[in-house]
Design a protein around this ligand. Sequence first.
Ligand code: NAG
Ligand code: NAG
Ligand code: NAG
Ligand code: NAG
Ligand code: NAG
Length: 397
Amino acid sequence: MPPLLSSLSLSVFLFLFFFSPACLAHNITRILAKHPDFSTFNHYLTLTHLAAEINRRQTITVLALDNAAMSSLLAKQLSIYTLRNVLSLHVLVDYFGTKKLHQITDGSTSTSSMFQATGSADGTSGYVNITDTKGGKVAFGAVDNDGKLNAVYVKSLVEIPYNISVIQISQVLNSAEAEAPTAAPTLNLTAIMSRQGCKAFADLLIASGAKDTFEENLDGGLTVFCPTDTVINGFMPKYKNLTAAQKVSLLLYHGIPVYQSLQMLKSNNGVMNTLATDGANKYDFTVQNDGEEINLQTKVITAKIMGTIKDEEPLVLYKIDKVLLPRELFKEAAPAAPAPKSTKRKKATADSPEADAPSDEDPADQTADDQNGVGRLDGGRLTMVTVALCLGVMVFL
Ligand SMILES: *[C@@H]1O[C@H](CO)[C@@H](O)[C@H](O)[C@H]1NC(C)=O
Ligand SMILES: *[C@@H]1O[C@H](CO)[C@@H](O)[C@H](O)[C@H]1NC(C)=O
Ligand SMILES: *[C@@H]1O[C@H](CO)[C@@H](O)[C@H](O)[C@H]1NC(C)=O
Ligand SMILES: *[C@@H]1O[C@H](CO)[C@@H](O)[C@H](O)[C@H]1NC(C)=O
Ligand SMILES: *[C@@H]1O[C@H](CO)[C@@H](O)[C@H](O)[C@H]1NC(C)=O
């Protein structure tokens, strides 16, 4: 390799290395994995889905509890939803490194926790009081604990200024509000969609009964791609032509039974099964990102993700610009040939009455995609190397 080229590619790698989001993000699970005394706390951060919430935030302090402190909390036998509230009180949405903790302006502050920030807490509960006390101690207490600061700073585990600080405190912060019994959050999927420009899709889910299948997957993880109202309205004539069972399959085709954040979709390009997948009826599609843009390719059409309606693990809802047409129900698009609108395609079209389905597909788009194929592959390989580098460095750290 000529020296210029190799130094060029080195700088490309370094650029990708430092600017790839995969590298910037902290990962609380990985951070705590190096501290076996905190394995229970780490396990419950994952189980309550708080780990994902922590990783998503930029400026955060985790008040970590060691296995002994966790076992006294677990002895209370709180439900997983209540446990989530208690643990979210231990995640401060501000950065407190050791130095800042010992030098609090006026010796005392009250700071917002994730329990407060997610709207689960009423009034002032959800705030944590941090006070410097004599002998160089730092005391912590929930503001709704009658002024009692029941925990103290023990040690710092990790500080990455000003992104994430993980410090050990002596025991669980007492808070009647956080420990109050909580029912499973009642997420109204169709109501959320309706408020965000996907009412037509939500109405179809309700009318067809497909809504129930979506809701059954809420706890375990669910990703939904909602075509916007204008898209659904334009599609209605074709929708009405489907049998009841086909309608349900088409709607279920818009959900995948796992949580996939945008970042995960970008790094997990490839075939995805859907809620409609049933043995030989594959009902799958391919996720492929093109730079920042994420495409869903069904072989009949290619839809784009337009935005996020809601992202709160285990549920994520995206808006898409086309109805996803499964090849099990609609005619596959003819392979993009250099000659546009060839007679071959016309002939293929004539074979099936459903053949007019791909009319809302843009053939020019497909051709462009194919031409970019090689470039994208290279991009993909670069990303793989970058991720590998990141992982390597993370492991090394
Ligand atoms: C964080 O690290 C854990 C353990 O190394 C890994 O299983 C998980 O996928 C990582 N999460 C993200 C978002 O990278
Ligand atoms: C924190 O709690 C201490 C002890 O109850 C109290 O004196 C102090 O005023 C509180 N600080 C804030 C900022 O509320
Ligand atoms: C902290 O987060 C910011 C914003 O994502 C990033 O630019 C910076 O590199 C991060 N710092 C460290 C030390 O990871
Ligand atoms: C969910 O919201 C819809 C409106 O989209 C409403 O008709 C329905 O009654 C709500 N369901 C529950 C269980 O609250
Ligand atoms: C609906 O199906 C009929 C009969 O198969 C066909 O003639 C018609 O073009 C279809 N309409 C649409 C909008 O697909």
